[in-house]
Design a protein around this ligand. Structure first.
Ligand code: ZN
Length: 238
């Protein structure tokens, strides 16, 4: 079983520290900054087996090489983006399996935010990077709305009790747009009220449950590419 710890860094990023409970193997997902991650690793015994990257943006990879040099971790990332990621020890693609001690994660290719974006799925959890956020989705910086729609549909098929670990604490602003775009969704209204309480208390709003995203996230609920494209372009200007 993999347990997960949030490492907040930069202004609103999350890196995710994964620990395989049986073997004690440790991985960090998207270390955009080395210092806060290194501190958490040292506090947990100083072990780092792997660095899992979702995409090439600096706020997700900037701490990776320093952590690799310090702890000797194996670098894992998308084969399609190997030319613009830190040097990979394992270049992965759709359907590949990545081991962490006695546990494994499956790789999904989820283009849209970037063309080489990948996500990792393990028992009970989805490491979504910047493809999906709680109540939102990533900006289409490289891919198309059709790419993003197909990527979100892969997430929609995962077990509903999956916990979604995304790359940023964007939920409160996403909730404002979601309520503007789909004001009559009662599940969204309840979700957004809970988010407000958590943020007022200074708490993280992620991970979220996939079932709740399926009920409330307008981007995940978009029935077709055109609807998703329209939502995304309106959110860009919101
Ligand atoms: Zn990004």
């Amino acid at each position: 079983m993999i347990t997960v710890q949030a490492i907040p860094l930069l202004s609103d990023n999350y890196a995710w520290l994964l620990r395989d409970s049986r073997s004690g193997a440790v991985a960090i997902v998207d270390p955009g900054e080395a210092a806060p991650v290194a501190a958490a690793i040292e506090a947990g015994g100083g072990r780092l087996d792997a660095i899992w990257l979702t995409h090439h943006h600096g706020d997700h990879i900037a701490g990776a090489e320093e952590l690799q040099a310090r702890f000797g971790a194996k670098m894992v990332g998308a084969k399609a983006d190997a030319h613009r990621l830190p040097k990979l020890d394992m270049a992965v693609a759709e359907g590949d399996t990545v081991a962490l001690g006695d546990s494994t994660a499956n790789v999904l290719e989820t283009p849209g935010h970037t063309v080489g974006h990948i996500a990792y799925v393990f028992d009970g959890g989805l490491l979504a990077g910047d493809t999906m956020f709680s109540l939102g989705c990533g900006r289409l910086l490289e891919g198309t709305a059709a790419d993003m729609f197909a990527s979100l549909q892969k997430f929609a098929k995962l077990p509903p009790d999956t916990l979604v670990y995304c790359g940023h604490e964007y939920t409160e602003s996403n909730a404002r747009f979601a309520l503007h775009a789909t004001p009559d969704n009662a599940a969204l209204q309840a979700f957004a009220a809970g988010v407000k309480v958590k943020r007022a208390a200074g708490e993280a709003t992620v991970p979220s449950r996939l079932a709740d995203e399926l009920a409330a996230n307008p981007f995940l609920r978009a029935p077709d590419v055109a609807t998703l494209a329209d939502l995304r372009s309106r959110k860009d200007k919101f």
